[in-house]
Design a protein around this ligand. Structure first.
Ligand code: AMP
Length: 209
């Protein structure tokens, strides 16, 4: 599971790691954006909350994740990006994972100045919702060719709200997990390749103890 503030690079790193590990990359943000894009009942329920930079109700998002984790492709493992985001979500995940291998938690740390700088520059595909990869200057999505646009919730005032929400509701998860032997922390301000290498090293280390 990847934990960290908005813009820390969770999505970028999850996409890079899930492929060689042959496990699904489960991004709750991407699932919710897809629901909004397709106009499903869930999408209609969450659209305004996402646009304001708030969090979806714990019960609702936990149910969405639970249903996703029960699919056969997640039986041998999965990489969570954006969930859990509150301590109650963390508790629900622990409960769901009882009798499974312990959850490996990687915190990607990033300063507030760097968060603001990165999110101001971030682009997302208007078609498939994937973040444009790394810091490369593509005009179109490398996955589907769709047009890249800024994310509505990356507007500066929404980012400030998301950072506030992170400090109030998500950062307490650091305290919830950090005493576990399967917890590790990497510095997210480095180049994406370096962050990937550090995550691989840290995960190998905690999983061997
Ligand atoms: P992300 O792409 O992870 O930054 O998520 C985008 C937005 O989706 C967040 O700002 C929240 O509004 C919502 N969201 C994603 N994951 C969660 C979650 N685990 N709990 C509540 N809201 C979430």
């Amino acid at each position: 599971m990847l934990l960290g503030p908005p813009g820390a690079g969770k999505g970028t790193q999850a996409a890079r790691l899930a492929r060689p590990w042959h496990i699904p990359h489960i991004s709750t943000g991407a699932m919710l954006r897809e629901a909004v894009h397709s106009g499903t009942p869930l999408g209609l329920e969450v659209k305004a909350i996402i646009e304001r930079g708030g969090l979806i109700d714990d019960g609702v998002i936990t149910q969405v994740v639970r249903a996703r984790l029960e699919r056969p492709d997640a039986a041998a493992g999965f990489l969570l990006d954006g969930f859990p985001r509150t301590v109650p979500q963390g508790r629900a995940l622990d409960e769901f994972l009882t009798d499974r291998a312990p959850l490996t938690v990687v915190e990607i740390a990033l300063s507030e100045t760097e968060i603001l700088r990165r999110l101001a520059a971030r682009m997302i595909c208007s078609e498939c919702g994937v973040n444009s990869q790394d810091d490369r200057d593509y005009a179109n999505c490398i996955d589907c060719g769709g047009q890249l646009v800024p994310r509505v919730d990356d507007a500066e005032e929404v980012v400030r709200r998301r950072i506030e929400v992170y400090h109030q509701q998500t950062a307490p998860l650091v305290g919830y997990y950090e005493a576990r032997p399967t917890y590790c922390r990497v510095e997210g301000s480095q180049l994406a390749d370096q962050v990937t290498q550090e995550i691989l090293k840290a995960v190998a280390q905690v999983r061997s103890t």
